[in-house]
Design a binder for this molecule. Sequence first.
Ligand SMILES: Cc1cc2nc3c(=O)[nH]c(=O)nc-3n(C[C@H](O)[C@H](O)[C@H](O)COP(=O)(O)OP(=O)(O)OC[C@H]3O[C@@H](n4cnc5c(N)ncnc54)[C@H](O)[C@@H]3O)c2cc1C
Length: 389
Amino acid sequence: MTEPAELDSLSDEAFRKRLRDWLEEYYPPEWRRPVIFRLRGDSEKRWLRLMHDHGWRLPSWPKEYGGLGLPLTKQLAYHEEMAQFGTARWLDMGGTLLGPTLIKFGTPEQKAKYLPEIVRGDVIWCQGYSEPNAGSDLASLKTTARRDGDHFVVNGTKIWTTMATDAQRMFLLVRTSQEERKQQGISFLLADMDLPGITVEPIVNLAGEDEFAQVFLDDVRVPAENLVGEPGQGWTVAKALLGVERITTASPAPARYAFDVLDRLISFAQSDQHALRQLHGQLLCDLEDYVALYAQTTDAYIDGRVEGHELCVLKMLSSDLFQRISEACLQAAGERGGSRGAVPLGADNEDLRLIYLIARPTSIYGGANDVQRDIIARAIFGSRTTLSR
Ligand SMILES: Cc1cc2nc3c(=O)[nH]c(=O)nc-3n(C[C@H](O)[C@H](O)[C@H](O)COP(=O)(O)OP(=O)(O)OC[C@H]3O[C@@H](n4cnc5c(N)ncnc54)[C@H](O)[C@@H]3O)c2cc1C
């Protein structure tokens, strides 16, 4: 097992090589399908456990809580090496979202109960924030939690809850009081998914996968000790900084992968299509620009010189680029672009439709792109910006 202390003393290059060597030796080859393949349920747990057992779990978590406690440069190198190696996608909401929140706001009992099981990868968590009429405008959420003795009684519904069907636990935002400002009176709760009154109804997405669900909560009794932070302070808890994950979600890796597919499609094309080659050239320039901007921003991030809206710029540009390249792939594939399933591409197969469908929601989740644009405009022009004169 690799000890975190050992990793600290390695140069960045030696650290990268150590991780690459480990992936070559231990990463299950059948999972080496970047972008289009997602680990979920038991396979996700197996992967989290494998990383844990070999000392590669949770680069940003402090060592005292079982993480690697790496400096930012190594955390970013870690994510880059994983992407370059071509690991599958995995969500790990416990490790990326809840864990850092509990480290900051949790009680000693909550930390002792939940953090070790997250580190070991024993439990899958899902995020119950969005509701049918509260997505971008999350503070309009209506799910209520009424205090009744040692419990909160929760009623309402959550939607687009990714991996709710696989999850054993959910962290959720609920309204514990009505206040003048809608951001007030929201609380942050932890609930076991097998509590009586919780019903999970899978939602099938355009790709035909049931990755998310609507969760109904009817008189669900959640122990009061599962409140994180103060009652009514859930907005502050939920908006706490997520650490390095905020920047890694804007990684150019998915766009780069799709561009590689586009490259191969064009090289195998039967006829020379001038318009397509022009589009390819334009996308190549945009990709290289983005890679450079991402590198510049990560350097600035390491030096603590990045503001929130600059991360919004990355989120917006990376999802836009991934979508445009995935559309160009369908165009380059001609008639085969409409096929279901994998399309032969030289010695390999690629599922172009799946790449396209995976790119679509990237401009919605984690904050819709229109809202990102709004945040950027306000940061640059001031909060009194309006669309009209
Ligand atoms: C694949 C996927 C996974 C998800 N997983 C989860 C999850 O695990 N947990 C969870 O809680 N949520 C999850 N979500 C929900 C996600 O957070 C919301 O979809 C997102 O916040 C947008 O909210 P909405 O869908 O209600 O759309 P709305 O907020 O209703 O937006 C509809 C449209 O209006 C635009 N719009 C809204 N407000 C403004 C504004 N102020 N200015 C300009 N335009 C605006 C939006 O950009 C969008 O185009 C997931 C969503 C997707 C697609």
